[in-house]
Design a protein around this ligand. Structure first.
Ligand code: NAP
Length: 257
């Protein structure tokens, strides 16, 4: 169930906010069946609603990113993943990713422009927030668009580019370098709850049904460690999960105290 204030012995919630666990699914699997799966589906739904056929995902090797990749493969949506290490490139390739770019490698920008040209992706989802990666992605989209223009315009291309910031992995200010991105762009926040309100209960039910159907495949999460609530406050444990490192998910089991 999703209702907030869930670490309680008893909790009264509306029936519509409850989903029965599918046969054979564990409570631990149920613990990860809402936020990241619905967010991953939400990105694809948002892209479709806004008329896009391809997506760019920044920090694509995250738990959420792997789900986005699996959905895009099933749904036939070209996806460009941006990651920051070779290990993350390998991880995404191992689940079938076709476009994975390592931002730490030489010629990253040129490769990103090529990936935009190949896929036509002009919508991006960014969980980093701080720094200039989102801006760099808009720049690559604009560069690909400008290359297609028959004549020069000082205002840039007329291709509308959308960047959604949905996380704060970097707490620094968001740097937007406006000069190379023209005037046809938008940078917005993206959050699951307002998205679900925007699309309404029918779409939400459809997405939830898909999560249940693919709970042990597309939306499976691996936990590296199970901790209790009190343990979650121990500084060394806190520092470990606060790193938000690739593949290191902590499951809180309140029955451990
Ligand atoms: N807006 C919403 O509704 C919504 C919903 C769900 C999740 N989220 C957000 O989505 C993000 C991802 O969630 P998750 O559960 O999938 O995370 P996760 O599995 O913990 O993965 C985090 C990923 O981000 C990378 N990363 C961390 N700091 C980074 C930085 N400064 N620059 C670039 N990459 C960085 C990590 O790579 P390294 O191993 O290299 O550090 C890792 O691959 C979180 O910020 C979360 O809060 C938002």
């Amino acid at each position: 169930m999703v209702a907030g204030a869930m670490y309680a012995d008893y909790r009264k919630v509306k029936a519509r906010d409850v989903t029965p666990l599918p046969e054979g699914a564990s409570a631990a699997q149920g613990a990860s069946m809402f936020v990241n799966p619905l967010t991953a589906l939400g990105f694809v739904e948002t892209a479709r609603l806004e008329g896009h056929n391809a997506i760019i995902h920044i920090a694509g090797a995250s738990n959420l990113g792997q789900m986005v990749q699996k959905i895009c493969l099933i749904d036939g949506i070209p996806l460009v993943n941006i990651v920051r290490s070779q290990a993350q490139v390998d991880l995404l390739r191992s689940i079938g990713a076709r476009n994975v770019l390592n931002s730490e490698e030489e010629h990253f920008h040129e490769r990103l422009v090529s990936a935009v040209e190949e896929t036509g992706a002009i919508i991006a989802f960014d969980p980093i927030g701080g720094g200039s990666m989102g801006s760099d992605v808009l720049h690559a989209m604009e560069e690909a668009a400008v290359r297609r223009m028959p004549t020069y315009s000082r205002y840039g291309s007329d291709t509308f580019k959308q960047l959604y910031i949905y996380g704060t992995l970097d707490f620094g200010p968001t740097i937007l370098n406006r000069r190379p991105i023209g005037y046809q762009w938008s940078v917005s926040g993206w959050l699951l709850t307002p998205f679900l309100k925007r699309v309404g209960p029918e779409v939400e039910q459809r997405l939830r049904k898909r999560v249940i159907k693919e709970l042990t495949t597309t939306f499976a999460s691996k936990y590296t460690r199970v901790i209790g609530l009190a343990e979650a406050l121990q500084p060394d444990v806190l520092r470990a999960y606060e790193r938000k490192a690739t593949g290191e998910k902590f499951l809180i089991d309140p029955t451990r105290g």
